[in-house]
Structure formats: structure tokens, C-alpha cells
Design a protein around this ligand. Structure first.
Ligand SMILES: Cc1cc2nc3c(=O)[nH]c(=O)nc-3n(C[C@H](O)[C@H](O)[C@H](O)COP(=O)(O)OP(=O)(O)OC[C@H]3O[C@@H](n4cnc5c(N)ncnc54)[C@H](O)[C@@H]3O)c2cc1C
Length: 496
């Protein structure tokens, strides 16, 4: 879809926003606007103060659903591109403002926890509530959402739903798509829609899924209702095992999950990846991490099954206390983001990740194919300081692989993405698609996996594209996200 082009001047867009939201609801500071033009996909140029893309006209801060509706009505009428945002932890370019004079609509001031219902086991929040704040509030009442992405200290409910995020306890609780009961969103033109909270229904297709994962390209999510569970950390049992082959670890996860057990955490790290997490004890091996969680009887039964599973396999046991301690420091808050900035500036060194999914029967093939293609084909392989992967979210039919690559940058900051990030990302995406998997497991398509979106969906791309045409006919929502701005050349076009 072609991006919208507003006939309005930048100043008249700002004036209109000031009229709608008041001066406190509109930010036009130079530094803030530049920072709002990118996300973590461009973290290296950003840390060098380089912002080459269009800079938005304003960042606006609605404080109610009515405000969002007014902004979206104005945007559609005047063909102004809207980029929704909340916690700003996006990694795939979803926050990039690729159209001149875009409006960044920031929901973070819509930050009320509207209700916590311990009988119907639901919590409702506005889009700007941080997951950490929600979890802290819930846990004090013996409850939890069960959602725990690594970005929990920063990410907010709107973005978590918009990206189809997933947490570290997903094998037990599911991804956000399993947790959302109902939600409210504003569509282009200002139409407000609330999908009601019911335990289940057969009243047509599940319309929640038009919104969950829409990455700001169809609507603005204003309110979310999620399921609640009892918080029972006292029953948690932590396990770590060292195994010789990555495939051995994957096989163990598969056996456990397909047998019907649901350890909340279910992971295997390749030795390269394990080195950066478990240097003290990994011994150059693959590390399997499992956590049994839930009511005591279930946690104990899961723990027993884990014990039996490994009794029949060669392994070395890791002290569960080490795994628990590692887990407690896994999440990323602002402190880690700041430390990463310092490392990028001082050492011209950074890390990125690409997460894909595939059926159980192809996991090892995918792992081997990616490792050998990158080592053999990537011209800057010598600059890689780490290349590894882990599986961290498992299902009845398969698992994800989360490839991690760190490199020292031996080119100008402007060239980094083309020289390193894009080619590495492309190899992983291509191999996942070749083996029948998905090119993206949980970070979203953003703007940088759009070249393969037609290949990802095949004949079902018709359904996706129709949603865009139906709900955003004037193309004002987050142009270039999920849906390529122009037909992609080369990769991704062959099977569409
Ligand atoms: C260190 C780190 C660790 C991470 N770990 C995980 C992880 O474990 N699991 C995981 O799934 N992801 C992870 N991510 C990715 C990211 O945190 C998630 O995608 C998260 O869901 C984004 O939420 P946010 O509030 O930061 O959204 P933002 O970054 O603000 O936005 C993300 C996308 O959602 C859209 N959006 C935001 N708010 C709205 C809204 N109200 N309505 C409509 N669209 C909206 C934006 O346009 C954008 O496309 C990680 C990221 C980082 C930096």
C-alpha cells in the first residue's frame, strides 16, 4: 500500500493537535522528535545521534479514548500517518516514522489499572500501564497475569498486545494471544470498538485477533483485559541440565511437552549462547533450563516427570539455585539499555536477535543450516563475537529458535544495518521459511521483515491485506509496518 501524503503543513498539524489535546499533550522538542523517528532496530545510528529518516511533526499524548478518537479522526481526514507507541521497546522498526510529518501517538499517559477482579480472574488496564506495575500490583494480591517478557520492566499493555508478545513462562500460560480476554481499540476515522469480556464464544470468527498483533497498522489499542492466575512462587522448582548436543536438548523439550507436561520455562541454549548466560557452569555444553510451576501437586508432578526424563538421558545436573538466580536477573530495564549504549559507543560492539519458529522435526536442521550459512557465507563472519541460539517457547507441534548474534562493527555507523544486521537477519528468515516455519515468532514484522510477508502467508496473505484495505482504506496507520510500502523485490516474492 502507498503511504498517505498529507496536504497539510507541519505547523498546521501541530496547531491542530494543540487545539485537540492542549499544549501539554503535544511534544515538538527537536531531540524528542528525532528519538521518536526510530526504534531499537536503529539503536547503533541512534546512539551516534544519526537520524536520517523523516522526523515526525509531533509526539502527541492522548489521555483518554476520546482523545485517541479525535486524533485518529483528524489523521484520516488529513492523510497524516500515525505511529502508535507505548513502552518504546520495539525491535523491528515498528516505531519508525517513514512518512514525512507523521504523528507519533504515545499512549503512555493512559496508565490507569481500571479493575482487578479476583472472582472472574480478569484485570483491565489502559494501554499505557507498564506490565511491571501491573504485575507488582497483582502479585501483592496473590495474582499474576503469567506474562513475563524480558522487556517487562519497560513494555506497556498496548504494545504488548499490538506485537503479539510472549513471556518466559509461555509453556504454561501461553502468549498474550492466550491471555487477552477482550479489548478496546480506536480505528482510523475515530471508530471506537470494544470487544467484550467473555470466557469463550462461538459468535463468528475470533475478532480479538484482528487487533492482537496488528502492530499499530490497523488501529490504536486503548484498553486491554487479560486473564489472571494465582501467584504461587513457593511451589516453583528450578532445573538445569548440561547435554552434549543441541538436538539432545530439543528432543528432551519435545518429549516433555508432547507428553502433556507444561513446565512454565522450557529452554535449551546452544553452547555459544550458553556462554553469555551460564559462563560459570556451562562447561562448553548445551544448557537445558526448566521450571515446574503451578499448584503444588502439579508442580511436583511436573518436577517428577523432568527427573524421570533426564534419568534416561546422558547429562550433568546443574544446581537449581543457580538457575533461579540467573532467572531473577534476566529482564531488561533502563539500566541495561543504558549499559548497552555505553558499550556500543566505547567498543563499536552490539548484539541483535532474530526469532523464528518451526515444527519439531525441522528444529535441528534449521539450527545447523543457519549456523553453517552464516559461518560460510556471511562476508563479515570474522567480526562476529558470538553466534548462537536458544529455544525458549515450546508447543505441541514445534518450538521457536531465537538466534543471537553479536559483532564488532568495522564500518561507519550509517552502514552497520546494511553490512551486518540485514544480511544476518535475512539468512535466518530465509532458512526458517525454507523449512516451512514462520519468519517471526514474537517480535512482530515491524518494517524489516516485510520483504517476506507474502511468502510467510502464501495464499492467506489475501486475508491480511484485506484487513488493511478494510480498516485503514486511506493508509494512515503506521505505514510500512506489516505491509510493505512497495512490492518487495527479490526475497519473499516467489511464492506470493
Ligand atoms: C530488551 C528487550 C527484551 C524483549 N523481550 C521480549 C520478550 O521476551 N518477548 C516479546 O514478545 N518481546 C520482547 N521484546 C520486544 C518488545 O518488548 C515487545 O514487542 C513489546 O511487546 C513491545 O511493547 P511496548 O509497549 O514497548 O511497545 P512499543 O515499542 O511502543 O510498540 C511496539 C509496536 O506496537 C505498536 N503499538 C504500541 N502501542 C500501541 C497501541 N496502543 N495501539 C496499537 N499499536 C501499538 C507500535 O506501533 C509498534 O509497532 C523485547 C524487547 C527488548 C528491547
Amino acid at each position: 500500500m502507498a503511504p498517505s501524503r498529507s496536504p497539510l503543513t507541519r505547523q498546521s498539524i501541530v496547531d491542530a493537535m494543540t487545539g485537540l489535546l492542549g499544549p501539554h499533550g503535544v511534544e515538538t522538542g527537536d531531540e524528542q522528535l528525532k528519538a521518536a523517528s526510530v526504534d531499537r532496530f536503529r539503536k547503533y545510528t541512534a546512539v551516534h545521534g544519526i537520524y536520517d529518516g523523516p522526523i515526525p511533526a509531533a509526539i502527541v499524548y492522548p489521555s483518554s479514548t476520546a482523545d485517541v478518537a479525535a486524533v485518529l479522526r483528524f489523521a484520516e481526514e488529513n492523510l497524516v500517518n500515525v505511529v502508535p507507541r507505548t513502552g518504546r521497546t520495539a525491535t523491528e522498526g515498528g516505531l519508525e516514522t517513514v512518512v514525512e510529518d507523521s504523528l507519533v501517538v504515545d499512549g503512555s499517559r493512559m496508565n490507569a489499572i481500571t479493575s482487578i477482579d479476583p472472582v472472574d480472574m480478569m484485570a483491565t488496564t489502559q494501554c499505557g500501564v507498564g506490565l511491571q506495575e501491573l504485575e507488582d500490583t497483582l502479585r501483592a494480591q496473590g495474582l499474576t497475569t503469567g506474562h513475563s517478557p524480558q522487556s517487562k520492566p519497560l513494555a506497556q499493555m498496548g504494545g504488548l498486545v499490538a506485537t503479539r508478545s510472549i513471556g518466559q513462562f509461555s509453556t504454561l500460560y501461553g502468549g498474550i494471544e492466550d491471555l487477552v480476554v477482550g479489548l478496546e481499540a480506536v480505528f482510523p476515522g475515530g471508530t471506537v470498538t470494544r470487544i467484550k469480556n467473555v470466557p469463550r464464544r462461538a459468535a463468528g470468527p475470533d475478532i480479538r485477533h484482528v487487533i492482537v498483533g496488528s502492530e499499530g497498522a490497523l488501529c490504536f489499542i486503548t484498553e486491554v483485559t487479560v486473564k489472571l492466575f494465582r501467584y504461587q512462587p513457593e511451589n516453583n522448582r528450578y532445573f538445569g541440565f548440561l547435554v552434549d548436543e543441541f538436538a539432545d536438548g530439543v528432543a528432551a523439550l519435545r518429549e516433555l511437552v508432547t507428553a502433556g507436561y507444561r513446565p512454565s520455562v522450557c529452554r535449551v541454549y546452544s553452547p555459544e549462547d550458553a556462554r553469555q548466560h551460564f559462563a560459570a557452569f556451562y562447561q562448553g555444553k548445551n544448557v537445558v533450563v526448566l521450571v515446574a510451576e503451578g499448584p503444588k501437586g502439579i508442580a511436583d508432578a511436573t518436577a517428577e516427570a523432568i527427573g524421570e526424563l533426564f534419568a534416561g538421558r546422558p547429562h550433568e545436573r546443574v544446581d537449581g539455585a543457580l538457575i533461579r538466580r540467573w532467572f531473577e536477573n534476566l529482564n531488561w530495564g533502563q539500566d541495561k539499555i543504558d549499559a548497552e549504549k555505553t558499550a556500543m559507543l566505547e567498543h563499536a560492539h552490539l548484539g541483535y536477535t532474530t526469532e523464528v519458529s518451526v515444527s519439531w522435526s525441522r528444529v535441528s536442521e534449521l539450527f545447523d543450516a543457519v549456523m553453517s550459512r552464516i559461518r560460510g557465507e556471511f562476508p563479515r563472519a570474522g567480526d562476529l563475537t558470538m553466534l548462537g541460539a536458544h529455544s525458549s517457547h515450546s508447543y505441541q507441534t514445534g518450538t521457536n529458535l531465537y538466534f543471537v548474534y553479536d559483532y564488532t562493527i568495522r564500518c561507519s555507523p550509517r552502514e552497520e544495518i546494511e553490512v551486518y544486521h540485514k544480511p544476518l537477519n535475512a539468512i535466518i528468515v530465509e532458512e526458517a521459511l525454507r523449512l516451512g516455519g514462520s519468519m517471526v515468532h514474537h517480535h512482530g514484522i515491524g518494517k524489516y521483515r516485510t520483504p517476506w510477508v507474502r511468502q510467510e502467508h502464501g495464499s492467506a496473505y489475501y486475508l491480511l491485506a484485506t484487513l488493511k484495505h478494510a480498516f485503514d482504506p486511506r493508509g494512515v496507520m503506521n505505514a510500512g509496518t506489516i505491509f510493505p510500502l512497495e512490492p518487495a523485490a527479490g526475497a519473499g516474492e516467489s511464492t506470493s
